[in-house]
Write a protein that binds this ligand. Sequence first.
Ligand SMILES: NC(=O)c1ccc[n+]([C@@H]2O[C@H](COP(=O)([O-])OP(=O)(O)OC[C@H]3O[C@@H](n4cnc5c(N)ncnc54)[C@H](O)[C@@H]3O)[C@@H](O)[C@H]2O)c1
Length: 318
Amino acid sequence: MSHQLSVIGTGVIGNGWIARALGRGWDVVAFDPDPEAPARTRAFVDNAWASLERLGLAEGASPERLTFVDSLEAAVAGADLIQENVPERLPLKQEILAALDAVAAPEVVIGSSTSGFKPSDLQQDCTQAPGRVIVAHPFNPVYLLPLVELVGGDATRAEHTEHAQALYQGLAMRPLVVKREIEGHIADRLMEALWREALHLVNDGVATTEEIDAAVVYGCGLRWSLMGTFLTFHLAGGEQGMRHMLEQFGPALKLPWTKLEAPELTDELIDKVVEGCEYQAAGRSVAELDRRRDDFLVELLGLVQKYWPEAEGLEGRI
Ligand SMILES: NC(=O)c1ccc[n+]([C@@H]2O[C@H](COP(=O)([O-])OP(=O)(O)OC[C@H]3O[C@@H](n4cnc5c(N)ncnc54)[C@H](O)[C@@H]3O)[C@@H](O)[C@H]2O)c1
């Protein structure tokens, strides 16, 4: 039976959802007011398709199963799942989600890709079936990374979340149901903490963008892709695991190592960070870097599966 994903807003993340759904053999109907959007999306899907092929396409999967339409109403007709990916501005999201809720059949889940807003705030102006409006936060590149954080708001009941879990599993994802709504959900809280510290290190002249990236790539990042923060530190405690780790390194938690409050984004800091990234990119385009990252991620996903096969929900999926 064929499924349809409706995608609202086709920037980096909307396009990622489109590529994922097409790779799983779904039909996709998309809406974006930018007249350049359809051409941009087709180029994006072309760039992503080789990695999707290497991962294994579902039967009938084809880039041809994408249609662009020119209204929200046309976009949601026949949808099994609606995914909202407009820019991260709360009033805009509230307006678009209320409009989608008004025109979409009441049983259809509407997921928002929001990186930080709480689902209850997103549901606020929805009048038909607000409970089905949930946070469904993915990770770039959406067509390769399996995690999607699902967060329900005040109006959401367990059956909405269960229905959403099944739909995102149908897109070969690994849903993580976040039990309590907070700004930034789980993963963005973690990434934001690292990001703020990294900006301080550049701002204070301690390290360049390249040096900080090297610390992640050749150090902690390699471990994190298999075990995450907690299990990694469990191993750092030797035979006694986390208990010894906390005894040994616990006192450092009291030292003023981290700042967490972000530095002011001055023109000087922006220039340093942008010039640092351009130097690291060394003339390679973002599309070229995307392909290199994708090739790496496809192999890395295989390695995670090989070395952690018992990880619940990952078997046979990406
Ligand atoms: N970029 C990331 O790494 C990332 C990761 C996870 C989640 N997100 C979230 O995904 C969402 C989209 O982010 P992005 O990075 O793709 O942004 P983007 O700027 O790349 O794309 C936004 C798209 O929305 C379109 N748009 C603007 N107004 C619209 C409207 N009224 N109706 C329909 N489309 C409209 C724009 O034309 C554009 O194509 C945000 O909520 C963001 O927080 C981003």
